[in-house]
Write a new protein. Sequence first.
Length: 148
Amino acid sequence: MSVHIESPLGFTADFPEHTQVLDDSTAGPNSEQYGLLGGVLVTVIKDDTSVQDAPQANGWAHLMSDFYREERGGTLLAEGELNLPGKSAYGVVVGYDAADGAAKVAATVGVWESSRFIGVVVIWPYLNAEAEPRLDMLKEIVAAINVG
């Protein structure tokens, strides 16, 4: 069973069962947030005024990752195309320490689909060096979001 979302921001998503739709997004206007099991936070951001094509979507992912690398002193874990069918999705994955000292991973993904852009930021608790970065989990989350 999955949780189906039809967002006024112009996307649909089918997230895993027990997904929580968070009432107030801390990411600001034109964003929505979802809590998935395992402490995973998914933020979907509509930013189609600043992104007009797939290369700009890649640039958006890099720009958003700078916060975690520069402001949080994070380390680049991975970057590249996620190779999802029907969409261009480029991600930058950074390991960092949150304000409370907890080790986290942040993935910023620029998605270009149907000539439209949506930004996705996924944050999850860092497990260990063998498990991270969990790119398969990231791909599943981004694949579940469709821009239409």
